[in-house]
Write a protein that binds this ligand. Structure first.
Ligand SMILES: [Zn+2]
Length: 165
């Protein structure tokens, strides 16, 4: 039985996101579950290093999957560099780069339509932030130009006001 304290430690350690698919508990609308990466039945412990904060869908798909063969293990959120195994395509789907990536992707079904939608939303958000930053830069440039024109206008007006001219 995992204590409330340990559960919260795991939540914080995973930044309140599923260690496998990345959904935030706010997106799911509830606390997530605790997965034993190496199941208790296979000798896994309640050590933090063996606990993965995990949404119910990933937990269900992973189930009691375990093998001592490291080449056939699922990717651990901390111990494995996922970029070596998986890549996110432009359509929001994950693509396996090799056999172990393929195993992980299939077992956890990480191209569930809802996950693809979440990934696309994140990409769109990043694009929006970039567009906003570009527009803010444009506004600064336009204001500077307006100020320069204002100064030139004042000079012309001053010249016109001179009786000699
Ligand atoms: Zn998940």
């Amino acid at each position: 039985m995992i204590s409330r304290e340990l559960r919260d430690t795991v939540r914080r350690a995973y930044h309140f996101r599923c260690g496998y698919c990345g959904v935030h508990e706010n997106e799911v609308g509830s606390e997530l579950e605790i997965d034993h990466f190496c199941p208790l039945a296979a000798g896994g412990s309640d050590e933090l290093s063996n606990l993965v904060y995990c949404c119910s869908a990933c937990n269900r798909h992973k189930s009691d999957y375990w093998t001592a063969d490291e080449r056939r293990q699922l990717l651990h959120p901390w111990r494995d560099d996922w970029a070596l195994y998986l890549r996110e395509a432009e359509d929001g789907r994950l693509m396996a780069l090799n056999e172990r990536g393929e195993l992980h992707l299939r077992r956890l079904q990480l191209n569930r339509p809802q996950l693809v939608a979440v990934r696309l939303e994140r990409v769109a958000q990043r694009d929006n932030v970039a567009t906003l930053a570009a527009l803010q830069g444009e506004i600064v440039r336009i204001r500077q130009h307006r100020d320069e024109l204002e100064i030139r206008l004042q000079k012309v007006e001053a010249q016109l006001a001179q009786p000699d001219n």
